[in-house]
Design a protein around this ligand. Sequence first.
Ligand SMILES: Cc1cc2nc3c(=O)[nH]c(=O)nc-3n(C[C@H](O)[C@H](O)[C@H](O)COP(=O)(O)O)c2cc1C
Length: 368
Amino acid sequence: MTNAPAITSLFEPARLGALHLPNRLVMAPMTRNRAAADGVPLPIMDTYYAQRASAGLIVAEAATPNAVGQTYPNITAIHNDAHVAGWRRVTDAVHAAGGRPMFLQLQHGGRVGHPDTSGLTPLAPSPVPLPETIFTPGGHQEAVVPREMTTDDIRATIADFAAAARNALDAGFAGVEVHSANGYLLHQFLARNTNRRTDAYGGPASGRVRFVAETVRAVADAIGPERVGVRISPHSTVNGIEEGDTEHIYPALIEALADIGPAYVHIVRAEPDDPVFREIRTTWSGTLIANPHLPGAAIPADGGLHQATRLLAEGADLIALGRPFLANPDLVHRLRTGAPLNPIRDAYLMYVGGETGYTDYPTLTVGS
Ligand SMILES: Cc1cc2nc3c(=O)[nH]c(=O)nc-3n(C[C@H](O)[C@H](O)[C@H](O)COP(=O)(O)O)c2cc1C
């Protein structure tokens, strides 16, 4: 393994705004579809997150800020008192297990939604349907044409994000991560193929970043910028996204975010040789969380340490890992000691209900 000091630094404490993190390993947000049909977290989620309490920071899975933003069945939400109470149970369990801060990811699906799931016609920047089928309570179905958001819809959606962020704090989270990655609503505003608007929220990159910037500003005004992160996925084609001018979008977005001052920017599947990654690191002076691109479908034998090291050397401050945490509740301990990792068992169990493939991955030790 190269660059031993960088690896060592992974296990050293770090700061995130006013928060003290015991190490630099972040559990990436992962939707596990273990909520009730109404979006209330089920009690097995307490166990799952508490098992992973040794992460430096947990970014809990996508939670929907309003009814129309629901993507898939059994995902969590954070727009009513029952959601707050359910999430409060989860954060209490993590804190009781010695866990440090948790952020909650706020995700609006935009066109990645279906009336059979949410009861509502999805909203999106433009009436461009998802070019894939979508999973609904009745199985996979053709996507529907979303309704183009009016200026009033935009205002209401931004207000819902701000209210959801307040709810997250009431539920015991230290902050929220605004999901502007992976082809969901905010990414749909950024990308050329999904944003065909001719008003101030469309057109050149400076217009397409506006909705994201206004959302982040409203959330920051509601709970304080030091409690807000933003997740982005430059180059991603997930959920039918074709950004078109990636090299213009992210400089414009980082410039807008710099004015707002959120706690961190979180890059999905970051690659240190990517010029867009390098430019973001140069221009973004705040904390940068990098979620490495792990080649292949399986978790690499080193759990992603090699890629993490490359990113730390290129200026990432914290490293987010997804599947390695999913399969290894005590990932921090295993990576620190070089212990072997559990592989993912039965990939389909990542997205279906129940304890199997969820809370039954074994630990080597208690804590780390
Ligand atoms: C089961 C599963 C669920 C995921 N859900 C989310 C999510 O809710 N929000 C999100 O931003 N990314 C989500 N992702 C992407 C992960 O956060 C991460 O970016 C991806 O898995 C790559 O990291 P890894 O190679 O360390 O797993 C999910 C990934 C998996 C495997």
